[in-house]
Design a protein around this ligand. Structure first.
Ligand code: UD1
Ligand code: M6R
Length: 371
């Protein structure tokens, strides 16, 4: 049921404040006078010791689910102090890459039925690793075959383009980082700030959804483009990859997410006054580096659309030289949840304006059950 919306993708983008609330329900503990704020993931509590004792954590997934894991990797590394590596499921299988008994493997999948991810799960089990699932579908093959896991509880997602599952996956993996990180005194302030940020996140997403009309206007400007680049780094490298995936899969426009730190190693050659480039430059530890990327793109007359934190337009677009998208500032590790929303809206409006099928893009299926 699409309710008042024209398409499922549109409905699923707009229901993110509610889906995120459901994802966190019963899992965040407010704390009190003598009790610290904390996180409870019922599906993991009996396995935390094994996870903490493992040698590394390996995230495995495809498409948007891979991108969500990439967005969560920095906070998991920071809070756990463990090495965290990333695997695209098909590539792990192609290489028959090394997976050991001492590894914790984490399978991220909305449907829980993706063939490559499921195959990689069988492979990891055969190699003796602890297998953890992060899934949206209760009783799916991946949920059933993992040793333990967390349901993201985002509600049924119908549009082929994954939107609300992406933001809920990131939130679950941020909570996972908090529980694996445990309650060491040294990062208590950091942990509490993240938990406060989680409580407030649905409100911030509600706020960023108000950019809907602005994104529609931007889509009108981009409707006839051949290509759209997205530059990100740090927590928002994943945002660039995921924004580009949305644009290519539904709007059928070539789009590429680029790690800004790689700019001078090739992509800079593409920059001219015609090619539109989205630069994600919200305020975090990478901000000054991203400001310098903006300067260098501008020096080559790049046609920039800059996403920045509210009130900071003048820091990224001196004299109003580029178009800006201002988004609310949240805790750095939760910023990808806010930043993807305008890009989801942009992909949605571009698709409708270009006259393509938003909910069922040509050649694609919601769940990829063949290899
Ligand atoms: C569970 C209940 C929830 C109830 C809550 C009350 C289910 C599905 N969930 O939620 O309805 O409100 O207790 O305390 O009954 N699992 C995997 N692989 C996965 C995902 C999950 O093995 O990919 C396992 C978990 O380890 C766990 C079970 O499935 O044993 C349920 O996981 P989850 O729904 O995340 O647990 P709770 O949040 O505790
Ligand atoms: O169900 P899964 O999360 O395992 O699906 C993985 C990918 O097939 C999926 O995310 C795909 O990339 C989406 N169509 C992206 O919107």
């Amino acid at each position: 049921n699409k309710g008042n919306y024209e398409h499922y993708m549109q409905k699923e983008i707009h229901e993110q404040p509610e889906s995120l609330t459901t994802t966190m329900r019963g899992r965040l503990i407010r704390g009190g006078s003598c009790k610290a704020k904390s996180v409870l993931l019922g599906g993991l509590k009996d396995h935390l010791k094994t996870i903490r004792r493992s040698r590394r954590i390996v995230f495995i997934g495809c498409g948007t689910s891979y991108n969500a894991a990439l967005a969560a990797r920095p906070i998991l590394e920071e809070l756990s102090g463990m090495p965290v590596t990333m695997e695209v499921a098909s590539d792990l299988l192609d290489r028959q890459g090394p997976i050991y008994r001492e590894d914790t493997t984490v399978f991220v999948s909305q449907s829980g039925e993706t063939a490559d991810t499921l195959q990689a799960l069988h492979y990891a089990r055969e190699n003796g690793a602890l297998c953890v699932g992060i899934t949206n579908t209760v009783s799916s093959a991946i949920a059933r075959n993992t040793h333990c896991g967390v349901h993201i509880n985002a509600g049924c997602e119908i549009g082929v383009a994954s939107t609300k599952a992406y933001t809920s996956q990131i939130v679950v993996m941020a909570m996972l980082s908090l529980v694996i990180g445990g309650d060491t005194i040294s990062n208590q302030a950091r942990r509490e700030a993240i938990i406060d940020g989680l409580f407030d996140l649905p409100n911030k997403v509600r706020e960023v959804l108000k950019l809907d009309q602005e994104m529609k206007d931007l889509a009108k400007l981009l409707i006839a483009e051949q290509s759209l680049l997205m530059f990100g780094r740090g927590y928002n490298y994943a945002t660039a990859l995921e924004g580009a995936l949305k644009v290519k899969e539904v709007a059928l426009m070539h789009s590429e997410g680029i790690l800004a730190g790689e700019m001078k190693h090739g992509p800079l050659a593409l920059v001219d006054e015609n090619l539109p480039i989205v630069v994600i430059a919200t305020n975090d530890a990478c901000f000054s580096k991203q400001q310098s990327v903006i300067q260098q793109l501008r020096a080559r007359k790049g046609r920039l659309i800059v996403m920045c934190s509210k009130g900071e337009a003048s820091l990224v677009s001196p004299g109003g030289s580029s178009r800006v998208i201002e988004v609310p500032l949240v805790e750095d590790c939760l910023q990808p949840v806010v930043n993807i929303v305008p890009l989801q809206l942009l992909a949605y409006h571009l698709t409708v304006l270009r006259g393509y099928n938003v909910d069922q893009p040509r050649n694609l299926a919601k769940s990829v059950t063949t290899q």
